[in-house]
Design a protein around this ligand. Structure first.
Ligand code: ADP
Ligand code: MG
Length: 452
């Protein structure tokens, strides 16, 4: 069974490279491996019905491909939601499931992305201090800077550095208990423990987090204000801190901009290190592109590297995505080395995609697809929550992504008044600010829409 667990962890590591980070965090990572039925079928449990739908709709091929690669061609898989899980457990031969190890397998051994190491992190003016801080913490966990707080914009290397600390400490301090979670995962874990009918589950949650030597929480800005999750986070933080255990946090903004966090942890930050990652300069962008090309074994002309570094300057993830597109274009043409022609072609496609191909209908389609509802419903008159929420989200996305007058948007949505449109737009704008799950949904939808 141990072996199955480690194979499944390999599946996760591979999938992480194949799908968007948001999809991975939201739908794939929370999957629980329940059983390996007859040594032939992986029984996977999705975290919710929506998660199951998303997995079936968007990631079935990815799962199939990677599972076959790791477990062999003869292995297939089945995705259950939690009701189906209960049913499955009831109907299965209980001895078969005696090995409860399989349940919640992903929690014990941390799985770090093997590509996200210190060696693969290009150091330049924009990130030299944060790099030094991360290294110092990795080399002396709990002793140098505690907590370490890393902040900076999207796609600038925060997650990479957290994983680098993880990879380093796993190999240099194998005795330490290390955990990396996204804020989302911490929240879900906590809520699950609260909702569980098993009394012990609350204790288990505490033990799981408080026995750690290193806790990393990625994207802590999603820690929501209201609920008791925040309370629990502060207890966990204080407990670890008082025991000289290392805490590492990342965020898209400085601690002072996360209201309650700053207030409650201010005194703690005095002994820590708060460090930002800035936008990389041109030279660093070039160095990063060269490194990625070398890693992925792409042959790319130097002038192409410069072209990309010039065109994309605010997001390294986007830069990487573009690099692989250029490589792909060259492959299609049977060329060994990608030249400026392919780069220009790819860039044109990128512009076209983001401008011309983006229509109200496309956005509506994507939203319908995402929430599993029909176009008639979304533009129609139904007032149930399952329809109203997606409708408002669609309106919000149209007004965010397209330059269309409100009256025209209203017409498109079944002849609605422009004040209704304003209301929907403002409501979601507000929710994105206060509700992490709305924020994540919007991020996921935006990436689905713009990467079309
Ligand atoms: P964030 O978590 O800040 O949104 P990530 O850590 O996911 O960003 O980084 C996005 C991508 O950019 C990753 O593939 C990462 O490897 C790459 N990247 C970011 N900074 C660097 C760097 N300095 N050197 C090499 N790759 C980097
Ligand atoms: Mg990240």
């Amino acid at each position: 069974m141990e072996e199955i667990k480690s194979l499944w962890n390999k599946v996760l590591t591979k999938l992480e490279l194949k799908v968007s980070t948001v999809s991975f965090e939201l739908w794939i990572k929370p999957i629980v491996l329940l059983d390996y039925k007859d040594n032939k079928t992986l029984i996977l449990v999705a975290s919710s019905k929506t998660a199951k739908n998303q997995l079936l709709k968007n990631h079935q091929e990815h799962l199939k491909e990677v599972i076959e690669e790791i477990f062999g061609d003869a292995t297939d898989f089945k995705i259950l939601d939690s009701d189906e899980k209960d049913e499955y457990i009831k109907n299965s031969n209980p001895s078969h499931l005696n090995n409860t190890n399989l349940i919640n397998n992903s929690d014990d051994k941390p799985v770090f992305n093997q590509k996200y190491t210190f060696e693969n992190f290009v150091v330049g003016k924009s990130n030299q201090f944060v790099y030094a801080g991360a290294r110092a913490v990795a080399e002396n966990p709990g002793k140098r800077f505690n907590p370490l707080f890393i902040y900076g914009g999207v796609g600038l290397g925060k997650t990479h550095l957290l994983h680098a600390i993880g990879n380093y400490t796993v190999s240099h301090f194998p005795e330490l208990k290390i955990k990396y979670v996204t804020c989302e995962k911490f929240t879900n874990d906590y809520i699950e423990s609260m909702l569980s009918k098993r009394e012990e589950s609350k204790v288990e949650f505490r033990e799981k987090y408080r026995k750690l030597d290193i806790l990393m929480v990625d994207d802590i800005q999603f820690l929501s204000k209201k609920d008791s999750t925040q309370e629990e986070f502060f207890h966990t933080f204080n407990d670890l801190y008082q025991n000289n255990k290392q805490i590492i946090l990342s965020s898209d903004r400085p601690p002072k901009d996360i209201a309650t966090l700053a207030e409650r942890l201010e005194s703690r930050f005095a002994s820590g290190l708060i460090q930002d990652i800035q936008l990389p300069d041109f030279e660093t962008r070039i160095a990063i592109l060269r490194k990625k090309a070398q890693q992925e074994r792409y042959f790319i002309d130097d002038e192409v590297i410069e072209f990309i570094a010039e065109k994309i300057d605010t997001n390294i993830r986007e830069m990487e995505g573009f690099l692989s597109k250029v490589h792909f274009f060259a492959t299609l043409l049977g060329k060994k080395t990608a030249s400026l022609d392919e780069a220009k072609e790819a860039f044109k496609e990128k512009l076209d995609n983001s401008r011309e191909n983006l229509t109200i209908d496309l956005i509506i389609d994507k939203v319908c697809n995402y929430f599993n509802i029909s176009k008639n419903d979304i533009i129609g008159k139904k007032k149930s929550k399952e329809i109203v929420e997606p409708r408002m989200i669609a309106v919000y996305l149209v007004s965010e992504l397209l330059d269309v007058p409100l009256i025209a948007i209203g017409k498109h949505f079944g002849g609605r008044d422009h004040t209704t449109i304003i209301h929907a737009r403002d409501k979601i704008t507000q929710q994105v600010k206060v509700n992490p799950s709305t924020k994540t949904i919007i991020a996921e939808l935006k990436s689905l829409i713009t990467n079309n």
